[in-house]
Write a protein of this length. Sequence first.
Length: 347
Amino acid sequence: MRLLILTNRPDCLGENDVPISNAFRRSGWEVVFGEITAIGADDYRFFTRGVLVQASGEPYGLGAAAQGIQGVYFFDECQIVWVNCGAPPSIAHDVWQLLWLASQDTAFVNSIEGTMFLETKHSLGHVVPKENRAFAYTSNEFSLLWECYRQSSHLWWVAKPPGAYCGQNVFLLPPNGPNVRAILQCLTGNADAQSEFGGLTERESLITQRRAGYGPGGLKAQYAVLQQFIPEVGKGEKRIIVACGEAVAWHGREKSADDHRSNIAQGARPIPVDLNSAEIELAELIGRKLMKHGINFVGIDMAYPYIIDLNLTNPGGIYDAKLASGMDRSDRVAELMISRFVGSGET
């Protein structure tokens, strides 16, 4: 049996590459670490360049280089494909198209269409019950978001791009904040300011602004989410890994004193926490909903009773949960995936 893990760099394995590959190898599987940037097709049969690692051998540690047979490996020679990274923007469109085509003949842990359409903050309204999500506005028009804020400017808000990772460009907006207008302009692409360039008359500029933020170089508007701040976040967020609808690993995130964000990438650190029955029930409810869209592995950010975010591509959690608690839950993840896609008696 063979697992294909698509990653950025087989010579520097990441926080999901390591525990997942080690667990599958302990189950007797070969693992191919394939390069996400090297996907191609031979007469419409899809392959990637990578490194084949045998089941036997020492387990890998974070940042290690995959040691094995370098070569070209076809997707249809693998029983399961696990996408552990995104593609660079310059080739992302082609990569996701090629992956979707490959997924028609080979099992993917997370479906390509589910990943593409649900790994965004837009999707919370689709899979998270209304009582478990914060009220939010979404638009690419600065004026709309600015007016929404002004109508409730006595409240705290959070503004962020719908598809950013690791806490990038997430702003905490205080009541009557002096920089809120500038922040919302920035997040929506400064479309109004862009339309002022190019020698436009005042009338032409006004018309341009009304055309959804078009400037001299084309559409400049960008989408942003304006979300009511959840006080529960101040008590701490939890990252919960759900595999095949089962909550398998979790940890808390203690943010640094000089930042409102609790992302590990922004200086927060993983800490041991417990989950109560209500938290487990909510996480597994969302996991089951996502499975209907082909999503079998997700990292859920929760400040109960609220869901903050869903992470579908390479969500950290297994590695950090082990750091925090000392418990390695990767074998359970592998067991669930093998049972779902192959059958427990065929390994």
